[in-house]
Design a protein around this ligand. Sequence first.
Ligand code: LLP
Length: 421
Amino acid sequence: MDNFTLRDGTLHAEDVSLPAIADAVGTPVYVYSTATLERHVHVFRDAVAGLGKGEPLVAFAVKANPNKAVLATLARAGMGADVVSGGELYRALDAGMDPNKVVFSGVGKTADEMAQALNAGIGQFNIESEPELDMLSAVATRLGKVAQIAIRVNPDVIAGTHAKISTGGKENKFGIDYHAAPAAYAHAASLPGIRVRGVAVHIGSQLTDLLPLEAAFGRVGALIRDLRAAGHDITHADLGGGLGVPYDPARPLPPSPAEYGAMVARATAGWDARLMFEPGRLIVANAGVLVSRVIRVKQGATAPFVVVDAAMNDLLRPSLYDAYHDIRAVTPTGERAVTNIVGPVCETGDTFALGREMDVVAADDLVAFMTAGAYGATMASTYNSRALVPEVLVAGDRFAVVRERPPIEALAQADRLPPWL
Ligand code: LLP
C-alpha cells in the first residue's frame, strides 16, 4: 500500500499533484511520501511486536535511502539505523538517530570508521571476519572502550533472489561460515576490547520466499544454543533485512510483513534473546516514485521508443539487475500500447522497459516510475555529466525539496587542471 493515487485523473503523492512538483522542481525528481514511510514503520513494528525478549529493535538499512529528511522521519517514528560506512553513520546521527540504536554492518570497516563508531557510542558492530575482530579490539583498547558485537554468520542458504543481491551462500563474501562461528566466538571472548552480545544474519535482498529465511534462522537458533552451552552471554539476535516488495503488479505478492512476523515467531520460539531487524527496501521502496518527463517519442522497429528525461544514472536498478519498475502516465488517458521506455544516456543498457504494455504517453507528458524509494536516488550518479537527481518529501498537502539538484557547473568546478596544462 502506498499514498500515490489518482485524483481527478492525475497521480498525486498524498494531497500534492505530481505535476505541481514537476513544475516547481523540474524533472527528473524523486518524490517520497511521509504517510507511506510512517505506515511502513508501523506495519513492520506491529508484525514483530512482542517477539523475543523486550521490544525488538528495528534498524533501518540506511543504504536503501540515506536522505536526511527520510532518516529524520524514520528516527522520529522510533527506528534505529543499520549502517555500512562512516558516511552512513554520519548521516544517521546527523538526522537524529539514537546511537544506541545503530548497528554497523559490512565486510570492510576501516580502523578510522571503527573509531568514529566507538566514539559515537553505537549499539552494536556486526563482525564479518576474525581479522576484523582483531582490528576492532585494538581500536577499542586504544580508545579505552569496549565494542559490543554480534558475529554475522554465513548460514549457507540459497536465498532465491538475484545473484547480485544474494549474500548468504558460502561462496559469498559475507559473514563467517556458521561451522567456523564457535571458534570465532571463542576468539572474540578472549579479546580485551570486545564484548560478545549476539548473533547476526542477513541472506539477501528482495526475498519473495520465506523458506530460505526460516532455514537461516534455524541455523542461528542452533548456534545460539551451542554458544550459550560454551559459556557465551548471547542476549541479542539480529535477523537482518531482505523482505521483498511488490514491483510488478502482474506478479504474485511477496509475503506480507505479518506473514514474515509469524514465521519469525515460529523460528525464534524459545530463543530468549532481544530480536533486531534491518529492513531497508520494505520501509522505503513504495514510499517513493521517480517522476520524469517524456522528451520525445521515436519510431522503433517493433514498438515506439519513449525517450524520458530520467536515465540509468538516476535509477540504476533496471540496467544493473534487470529490475522491473511499474511505469505509469501521471495523467493517464486510459489508452494502452506496447512501448519501449528509454533514457537519454548513450548506452543500450539505459532501458527501463522493452515491449511493455503501458499507458500511452506523448512528448511533454509526465511518467512515474513506481516503487523507486529504495536503492533509487542513493545509487544515482552523474554519468553522461547529468546533474544528480533532486528529492522531494511530501507530507499531506505540503512538499519540500529535501535534496537540491546541483547546478551542472558544480560538476565541472570540482575538476582541477594539473600545473602542466
Ligand atoms: N542488512 C544488511 C547487512 C544488508 O546488506 C542489507 C542490504 C540490508 C540489511 C537491507 O536489505 P533490504 O531489507 O533492503 O532488502 N541495490 C540492491 C539491493 C542491495 C541490498 C544490499 N544489502 C537493489 O537495488 O535491489
